[in-house]
Design a protein around this ligand. Structure first.
Ligand code: ADP
Ligand code: ADP
Ligand code: ZN
Length: 214
């Protein structure tokens, strides 16, 4: 089962992708997480990506496409995978399709987690990320047991630089210009499924399981 998560920044793609990965036992591939790990480790890729990410801009297609294609060709992806945060532009989607076509494969589902901009702006201010393991929480909707400390690894939680209000608005603009056209792209490909992302995260997941099957 090969799944793409679509949706605005903060729509809940990562939250749902983790649940899908656990239930269907497939890898969760988040390009944002890959970039943040590279930044943390001080790699060349991380240095290049950071300048774009800090401004709320997309990292150039050529820095992301090969990375994902290499990743989905690894052995653990044989049964499928869930892509979170990729593709984000039409050229990225075309490159992915071309790479899969070479292997005689294609994506099965593109799940659009639909959330209006106003809800996103409210949500992002409450998102907290773990500096250790990258786990994501929310002050109100997904609180930790001990304030400011990751439930999983015990490290500190932070507000991501790009989740500050001025950058969130910019990222939403980038989303509407460069990523939203993918909804049309995957509708034409016949694999788009739209779900309401404004309800409780467990109910969002139920809607996804209805689509993917038990
Ligand atoms: P969110 O989950 O809030 O949408 P991500 O963690 O997916 O954020 O991405 C954070 C940042 O990483 C993006 O704003 C962008 O700069 C960069 N990025 C992640 N994935 C891609 C991609 N496929 N193409 C270009 N840039 C990307
Ligand atoms: P994305 O990967 O699309 O950027 P996340 O999964 O990181 O989005 O979710 C953004 C923030 O909203 C996180 O703090 C998360 O805990 C919270 N969140 C996710 N889904 C919901 C939901 N259905 N209702 C309320 N808050 C949610
Ligand atoms: Zn952690």
């Amino acid at each position: 089962m090969k799944i793409i998560m679509l949706g605005a920044p903060g729509a809940g793609k990562g939250t749902q992708a983790k649940k899908i990965a656990a239930k269907y036992d497939i890898p969760h591939i988040s390009t944002g997480d890959i970039f943040r790990a590279n930044i943390k480790n001080g790699t060349e890729l991380g240095k290049k990506a950071k300048t774009y990410m800090d401004q709320g801009l997309l990292v150039p297609d050529e820095l992301v496409v090969d990375l994902v294609v290499d990743r989905v060709n690894q052995d653990d992806c044989e049964k499928g995978y869930v892509l979170d945060g990729f593709p984000r532009t039409i050229p990225q989607a075309e490159s992915l399709d071309a790479a899969l076509a070479k292997l005689g494969q294609k994506m099965d589902y593109a799940i659009d987690v639909d959330v209006p901009d106003q809800v996103i702006v409210n949500r992002m201010g409450g998102r907290r990320a773990c500096v250790g393991c990258g786990a994501t929480y929310h002050l109100v909707y997904a609180p930790v047991k001990n304030e400011g400390i990751c439930d999983t690894c015990g490290k500190e939680l932070i507000l991501r630089d790009d989740d500050k209000p001025e950058t969130v608005q910019k990222r939403l603009n980038v989303y509407h210009e460069q990523t939203q056209p993918l909804i049309d792209y995957y509708t034409k490909a016949g694999i788009l499924k739209t779900i309401d992302g404004t309800v409780d995260m467990n109910d969002v997941f139920k809607a996804i399981v209805d689509i993917l099957g038990e």
